[in-house]
Design a protein around this ligand. Structure first.
Ligand SMILES: Cc1cc2nc3c(=O)[nH]c(=O)nc-3n(C[C@H](O)[C@H](O)[C@H](O)COP(=O)(O)O)c2cc1C
Length: 352
């Protein structure tokens, strides 16, 4: 099992083509009402959308084995399963000999004697369904503290949203398949994905995640810093290749006089700008916590690629068939929300 957190602890298990994937969520107190409709809504947001996602279609029905009683948490670890129904491993078997560039096949085959290559095994984006289910419960826990987390698509390929966005915009993105904040951007991003797909190729992009309601001083410091633990969790999501808080890498080109967020009083201490993304010293400064994370183009593409034949120890060509997302970004947004909420809940329960 793969684990995140200490007091609110999430354990993830399963493989792309095992009977089930699932999760165990510990540390959510007894007596909390769990709204299963909200879980279904989040699961829906991770599903592929017609045309721009993988043709693999799963019900993603979350089966609770223990931890919920009469719609409330009962204090036991919440254990849930999600069946894998729509599996076809046949197209993957050749990757044992000819690993896919950009995917985990090569290091996994070298590391694990019994690696299950079907669907990418435990490296599959499929496992993120369980993260989303767990994250959905955790978001309900965080909302009791007035904390809301919502993500949206900032860019896909060359299409970039250049507007200032807030949490309301991020919530609106849930009605667009690309998770863009408006129809025009959604159309442009859809076209970008379809063009890549037509070229038997894939495209990456940037997800922005906003959290409101964190009080000033919330969060750990040093290696327990809120941003440090979020970065670790977000990097755990397959295909994530970068993260920046606030103005991030742009800060390298600014002067302190431009980058510092000036304080002022208005019903408490506020910031005039939010270049730091709401984090100072690892703790919340009271401004919305804002970070962006980069998801690479989907590694499995239809175009012919150079690889190696591990049996014959010679160079080889590879054409990938099977069902793949031409762009991971729209489906990953809700996963980013989930792990962010998990880190926050864990830090709440650790008293940081
Ligand atoms: C929601 C989601 C869906 C994904 N779908 C695919 C896919 O259809 N095909 C693929 O090759 N990779 C897909 N990936 C990415 C791979 O799982 C990932 O690139 C691979 O495990 C290697 O890990 P790395 O990119 O972090 O190095 C997906 C990732 C996520 C988060």
């Amino acid at each position: 099992m793969y684990q995140l957190g200490e007091r609110v602890k999430f354990s993830l298990f399963g493989k792309s083509h095992s009977s089930y994937i699932g999760g165990i969520l510990e540390g959510i107190p007894a007596g909390m009402t769990v709204n299963e409709n909200l879980i279904s809504e989040d699961m829906q947001l991770r599903k592929p959308s017609a045309g721009i996602g993988t043709p693999r279609s799963e019900d993603d029905k979350v089966e609770f084995v223990q931890g919920l009683y009469n719609g409330k948490t009962d204090g036991n670890p919440i254990l849930f399963l999600i069946p894998n129904q729509n599996t076809d491993g046949s197209k993957y078997l050749k990757f044992i000999e000819t690993p896919r560039p950009g995917h985990a096949d090569l290091p996994a085959l070298v590391k694990f004697n019994e690696h299950d290559i079907r669907g990418g095994g435990q490296f599959s984006g499929r496992l993120t369904a369980a993260i989303v289910a767990g994250g959905s419960i955790v978001k309900q826990f965080n909302s009791k503290f007035g904390i809301t987390t919502s993500a949206f698509t900032r860019s896909i390929g060359s299409v970039k949203d250049t507007e200032e966005r807030n949490i309301a915009d991020a919530k609106i993105s849930k009605k667009y398949p690309t998770r863009a904040c408006d129809q025009t951007l959604n159309d442009a991003m859809t076209e970008e994905i379809l063009n890549a797909s037509k070229d038997m190729d894939s495209v990456g992009g940037v997800i922005e995640c906003i959290t409101t309601g964190l009080p000033i001083g919330f969060g750990g410091i040093w290696f327990e810093a809120l941003d440090a633990e979020i970065a670790k969790a977000v990097f755990g999501i397959p295909a994530c290749k970068g993260i920046e808080f606030g103005k991030g890498f742009e800060l390298a080109r600014m002067r302190g006089s431009q980058s510092n967020d000036p304080f002022y009083y208005n019903d408490g201490v506020k910031m005039k700008t939010n270049n730091m993304g709401g984090i100072l010293g690892g703790m919340s400064d009271g401004a919305p916590m804002v970070f962006r994370t980069i998801f690479k183009p989907t590694p499995s593409i239809g175009k012919e690629q150079d690889t190696v034949n591990l049996t014959k120890s010679e160079n080889a060509k590879l054409i990938i068939q099977g069902r793949h997302d031409p762009c991971i970004v729209p489906r990953a947004a809700i996963v980013v929300e989930a792990v962010t909420a998990m880190v926050i809940a864990d830090q709440i329960q650790r008293g940081l």
